[in-house]
Ligand binder design. Structure first.
Ligand SMILES: [Zn+2]
Length: 241
């Protein structure tokens, strides 16, 4: 069997380990991202409610200004009333005052509604802020733990990458190119073990003659079904299983 293929099989083992570590790392990162997204979502909801509170308070201020203007007008009309001489004019101004008082009452009612709504919103905002702080502090240790695990995985990736580079030195550039292309096309598995007459990469039977040729040293054998490079796994004592 080709020496290159045996080295590539080892290399592939490292590559598969790196792939899986990277996948694990990504899953942890996604957990962190989703915790952060949850906090951000809560923060945005609070921002929205604060904007609503600002609007309600602005509306309340406008109503209060109108209310003050209405009260002034009533005071002026009442002062006028004292100087009126004719019955007819007196009735007309009295009518005006009654109408203005009704408007004033309506405005007072609206101000009270705005105050109630503002209080309600303040309560909701307070609750949501508390909820957000609790969630953020509750997930802080989990996030810390996830970061530590990611650091460990990064260290694993770094040492595996160093081992990979050391193994790759013994592979010819053309074989390396072939390996990388096959890995890309075959879901990361370029080199496949052949066992009991089958290719373990695609589980298809290999022609007996082809399988037997694997026992010959320095013979490069390709699976006719999946085009992966084949090798025989040898136990420590060198016997083929
Ligand atoms: Zn195959």
């Amino acid at each position: 069997m080709g020496k290159n293929v045996r080295i590539l099989a080892q290399l592939q083992e490292i590559d598969l380990k790196i792939d899986s570590t990277r996948g694990e790392k990504q899953a942890l990162q996604e957990e962190i991202d989703s915790l952060e997204a949850r906090v951000e979502e809560m923060r945005q909801a609070i921002t929205g409610q604060n904007a609503e509170l600002d609007a309600v308070e602005e509306e309340k201020r406008t109503l209060e200004e109108n209310l003050a203007a209405e009260a002034d007008a009533i005071n002026r009309s009442e002062a006028r009333l004292r100087e009126i001489k004719t019955q007819k004019e007196y009735q007309a101004v009295s009518k005006e005052i009654a109408a203005a008082k009704k408007v004033k009452n309506d405005l007072e009612e609206q101000v009270l509604q705005k105050i109630a709504r503002a209080e309600e919103l303040k309560g909701i905002i307070g609750e949501k802020e508390k909820e957000m702080e609790e969630f953020a502090s509750g997930s802080a240790s989990l996030k810390e733990d996830l970061h530590v695990r990611i650091e460990r995985l990064d260290a694993d990736i770094a040492s595996d990458t160093a081992a990979r580079e050391a193994a790759a030195k013994d592979v010819s550039p053309s074989m390396m190119k072939r390996y990388l292309m096959l890995r890309e096309k075959r879901q990361g598995l370029a080199i496949s073990e052949a066992r009991r007459g089958s290719c373990l990469g695609c589980n298809m039977n290999l022609p007996p003659q082809l399988f037997n040729s694997l026992y010959k040293v320095d013979n490069l054998v390709v699976c006719p079904h999946c085009q992966r490079l084949l090798y025989l796994r040898q136990e420590g004592d060198g016997t083929v299983v």
